[in-house]
Design a protein around this ligand. Sequence first.
Ligand SMILES: [Zn+2]
Length: 301
Amino acid sequence: MASSTTPLSDQVQRFLFDDTAVRGELVQLHQSYQEVLIRHNYPPAIEKLLGELLAAVALLTATVKLEGTLTLEARGKGEVSLLMAECNTGEQGGDQLRAIARYQGEPTGQTLTELLQGGQLVITLDPYEGNRYQGIVALDQDTLTACLEGYFASSEQLPTRLWLAADSKGAGGLLLQRLPDDARNKDPDAWVRIGHLAATITTEELLHLEQHDLLHRLFHEEALRIFEPNTLKFGCTCSRQRIANALASLGEEELNEALKEQGKLTTECHFCNTSYIFTKDDLPELLNEAIVTPPPNARLH
Ligand SMILES: [Zn+2]
């Protein structure tokens, strides 16, 4: 391992090519990805898929310029039943990422197909303002990249190319998208040409080469315009109140019974491993919070 490398930051970088209809995003995740991994003891193949899913969720959030929550949820029929990654924007200090996997035993598969054995990928956009949107794509391709490219081709009608990679240290993704032609597009060959340049990217570069160096390496012959990067970090949206709301939905009788049997109720957030403990003294608080809870779309600010 090279010892001279400086720590790379977790960020997503938007860019476009002047006088073309081509734009793109580049993301690299190190610390936030490690924060997901250290909380669980995932097999390497699942780590890799979760890394790719995290990179994808960051890219998609940047691509649609979402202010809200974007979730990618792969529900499988094989050894892995769930892979989920989520990006929440609007937090101070950067957008928050979290992810989780559910699986049985010691998975033996290595690829998306082997581990999930088909199923569905659900894309959910939940903006702070406006309507929730959900798209569903079949997990019928060998890679997450191919499934997502298929989704863009069929649902968004925007030609999109995607590169995703992850190893035990980092996750990365590159996305190119061709926007509908307009007067600003003076270079109709750009999509194919830039696609060829992007396709020369190696996994090592995508994961570990500094972002400006990487964009220069790929596109130095093009009129590339790079925007301010957006910082990403690990973060969880769980809270005592959210857990209390979920418990309160069980009803007073059931909660009373459970508390009598167990003395206390302990609930752990599967994303961040935070434990929330409720005793019988908390029961009025639990039931009361459920009543004053605003509807899911209401925001305090
Ligand atoms: Zn949590």
